[in-house]
Design a protein around this ligand. Structure first.
Ligand SMILES: *Cc1c(COP(=O)(O)O)cnc(C)c1O
Length: 369
């Protein structure tokens, strides 16, 4: 009996993307097996983390790596690592940062809310977020101005749907941090297909979710400078105790990364494009719907489907349509675009053809009267 049957849980078709309130992603059989096997055995966790570092290096080209509880934990731990290094006194003192440089600079447009404010991840370590520039733009000069006072690190965000304002050239931002003697941390939670490119910016630490497009269990990957990675690991004797990776998290994340070794990106990209094109072709015939294919803004290799709703011919606005989709059985979750209120955005990456068919017939049953 499935958990849905056992507990009477809502069945969901998730076209909302790698969304935490819906359980994020679907794992492959390899990942499921790795997690299951890990659960019934013991491991020397230090050895498991050393192995993780080696496997992450082999598979991504990073100089070192570690697994932490999730990306959110990774942000707090990376910030902590830049403040304490390996000093056990400082590690045990956090979040009390007396005597430490504790300001973390981030461009104002990167101070996003991904379900909670990202600046809270900084504060959890005891650090103080300092926003550089303005929400609609932060120049490299403005970023550097904020770096000229006492500070611990620079945090940059790469995200398709969250960052606001003009995009900041990452390589230049990382170089500015280095000119001021600051380590640069990049939160690229959903950017696991662009690890090479983000490491090439010269960032000292790159944080990537193991559970978003990598589709592993809840875990976060920390990649980069061996000393800083060691300082991240060392936080387990301090605030990192509540942010530790589990054995099944580590082994599941490694299985997910290993799956990527044989990954044919061109073929995958092509399949995602076809899936969205086909969906858009059908959805565009519905009354009040203008459908289009929207490439990912951050450069992830898949598009999303955009359905602009004309309330007059659809008989309802986009927000009501989103609610009606959600209220049905199974419950269908789509995004409502933040920029243009009248647009539904659907991410089809984890969905089977049958589920996409259910979305199309539900849209038809709501809109065609
Ligand atoms: C999802 C996300 C996070 C948090 O990731 P978790 O692994 O769920 O903690 C952090 N930053 C950004 C930009 C995200 O999109």
């Amino acid at each position: 009996m499935s958990a849905h049957e056992l507990y009477g849980l809502t069945r969901v078709i998730n076209a909302h993307g790698t969304y935490t309130p819906l359980g994020v992603s679907r794992s492959t059989e390899n990942v499921r097996r790795a997690v299951c096997e890990a659960l019934s055995d013991f491991f020397v966790i230090e050895e498991l983390q050393a192995t993780a570092s080696r496997v992450i290096s082999e598979l991504t080209g990073a100089r070192a790596g570690a697994v932490v509880h999730c990306t959110s934990a990774g942000i707090s731990l990376a910030v902590a690592a830049t403040m304490t290094g390996l000093s056990i006194e400082m590690i045990r003192a956090l979040p009390d940062t007396a005597g430490m440089s504790n300001r973390v600079i981030l461009p104002a447009g990167h101070a996003v809310d991904y379900g909670h404010p990202i600046v809270q991840d900084i504060r959890l370590a005891g650090a103080r977020p300092v926003l550089a520039g303005f929400e609609d733009a932060c120049s490299i000069d403005q970023l550097e101005e904020s770096m000229s006072v006492d500070r611990a690190a620079c945090l940059l965000l790469v995200s398709s749907r969250l960052t606001r304002g003009e995009s900041i050239p990452m390589r230049e931002a990382v170089s500015s941090a280095h000119r001021h003697g600051l380590p640069a941390i990049i939160d690229g939670a959903a950017q696991d297909m662009r690890i090479d490119e983000l490491l090439a910016t010269g960032a000292d630490l790159l944080l990537v979710s193991a559970q978003k497009y990598l589709a592993g269990p809840p875990a976060g990957l920390v990649l980069g400078d061996p000393e800083l990675v060691a300082a991240v690991r060392a936080q387990e004797k301090g605030i990192g105790r509540s942010m530790k990776a589990t054995k099944e998290g580590i082994l599941g994340a490694l299985a997910a990364l290993t799956d990527r070794k044989d990954f044919d990106l061109a073929d995958w990209r092509n399949r995602q494009e076809q899936k969205v094109l086909e969906f858009v072709r059908h959805a565009g015939r519905l009354p009040g719907v203008s459908a289009s294919v929207d490439p990912d803004k951050a450069g992830m290799p898949f598009p999303r489907a955009c359905l602009a709703i004309d309330p007059t011919s659809a008989g309802m606005d986009a927000a009501s349509l989103v609610e009606k989709l959600r209220a049905g059985e199974p419950s269908i979750w789509v995004m409502l675009s933040g920029d243009t209120q009248g647009t539904l955005v659907l991410e089809l990456v984890p969905l089977e053809a049958e589920e996409i068919g259910i979305i199309l017939s539900r849209l038809a049953s709501i809109l065609v009267r």
